[in-house]
Design a protein around this ligand. Structure first.
Ligand code: SF4
Ligand code: SF4
Length: 392
């Protein structure tokens, strides 16, 4: 069983509950799916670790019902951040209930117990190269009329399924920023899903197949550096690919990291002031998963007249937007309810807009703004950069 790999970690759990509620000047919620589902212990991280222990000790068996319970995790890693069980030498967390849940999902897939919604997602990837079942031939529709090269290049812009189909403005802005800064780059003609949704749902062999496809396509394109327009794809190639196919031999960098570099080198000139108060939402895949907290904030602060006001909680304690782990696909209503917490936190700051750097966060937070009748606006960070680059 794949959960066997986590035996040592699971057995370190003292069932203390710090992953359910944290004290951060006042009592705060930690787990989005636990808080917004039935409220039963099995929907919280501590319950997930107890389920894993039951399986490892032979007291519980995998079943279709258990596979449904395991859907309730957005993989935000907020629980891991709060968990008190740390490696005494490195200080790093020992227990990641999000990863343990993914390992149990993978066991369910291996046993033929995958929930229908996950099977649908996997079939879409197999048949259309993207998790939402869009037509593969439309993958680069966003680039129509933009004159973006597709040949060999040292720098490849890896766009990802979500920007390509659902948030084409993020794909366009990313490409236009690179063009305007004089970066010599190409897009990958045979780009396919990064495999992250398959990996997260437990379809490890499928994720591996897609990791191999992208790795080969990047190699054939002569890539030395891969720039990501999507935080999920970036996280996938940084964290999952080394386990699936080995570390990729290219420099991997998120679009915000490259933008920040280009600003510092004077290749991106932020001329136009944006007179607004904004707050920044940390996407889990960039923040907790990869530790990218300061870069997007440096970009926001570099835009003239733009004022950043921090939300509470933020950075490693940030509340997830609720769209991860395919929750937006399986329980869209719950995903938007989770994002509703973020809207309240943002409104409290007095900011007029939420800025972030993830296409999935943009969709879910925008849905929550609309559902809550909030006056907040949402900007992807690339949108603000493009705006500020325009001649005053
Ligand atoms: S996972 Fe960590 S924080 Fe949660 S109950 Fe176990 S030891 Fe405590
Ligand atoms: S990763 Fe996030 S959603 Fe999953 S159990 Fe931990 S806190 Fe809950």
């Amino acid at each position: 069983m794949r959960v066997d790999e986590y035996m040592y970690n699971v057995m370190r759990c003292t069932r203390c509950g710090m992953c359910r509620t944290k004290y951060n000047y006042y009592i705060e919620r930690v787990c989005p799916t636990g808080e917004f589902s039935s409220g039963f212990e099995y929907n919280f991280p501590r319950g997930k670790v107890s389920i894993a222990r039951g399986i490892l000790e032979g007291d519980l068996q995998y079943s279709k019902e258990l596979a449904e319970v395991l859907i309730m995790c957005v993989g935000c890693w907020s629980c891991m951040e709060q968990c008190g069980a740390k490696d005494t030498r490195t200080g790093l967390p020992l227990i990641n209930p999000g990863e343990i849940t993914e390992a149990m999902r993978a066991d369910c897939v291996d046993l033929g117990l995958a929930p229908k919604a996950y099977q649908y997602l996997a079939r879409n990837i197999e048949n259309h190269n993207n998790p939402s079942g869009e037509d593969h031939k439309d993958r680069f529709k966003w680039a129509d009329g933009l004159d973006i090269p597709t040949g060999k290049s040292d720098t490849i812009l890896f766009v990802g399924c979500t920007p390509a189909y659902q948030r084409p403005e993020i794909a366009k802005n990313s490409a236009n920023i690179l063009k305007a800064a004089g970066v010599d780059f190409s897009i990958l003609e045979n780009e396919v899903c990064c495999g992250f949704p398959a990996n997260s749902a437990g379809f490890i062999n499928l994720a591996k197949e897609y990791a191999e496809k992208n790795g080969k396509a990047l190699k054939d394109a002569g890539a030395k550096r891969v720039v990501f327009a999507c935080s999920g794809c970036y996280r996938s190639m940084m964290i999952d690919y080394p386990k699936l196919v080995g570390k990729l031999p290219f420099k991997l960098i998120h679009i915000t990291e490259l933008i920040n570099e280009l600003i510092k080198e004077g290749k991106i000139k932020l001329k136009q002031g944006i007179n607004q108060k904004v707050t920044y939402h940390d996407p889990c895949h960039l923040g907790r998963h990869l530790g990218l907290y300061s870069v997007p904030r440096e970009i926001i602060k570099a835009i003239p007249k733009l004022k950043l006001i921090e939300m509470f909680p933020t950075e490693k304690n940030s509340w997830c937007c609720g769209s991860g782990g395919a929750l937006k696909l399986v329980h869209p209503g719950m995903a938007v309810e989770i994002a509703g917490v973020k809207i309240k936190q943002a409104e409290k700051t007095g900011a007029k807009a939420i800025v972030s750097a993830c296409p999935s966060c943009k969709t879910n937070i925008t849905d929550a703004i609309n559902k809550n009748g909030s006056k907040l606006k949402f900007y992807d960070i690339t949108e603000l950069v493009i705006k500020s680059m325009e001649a005053a």
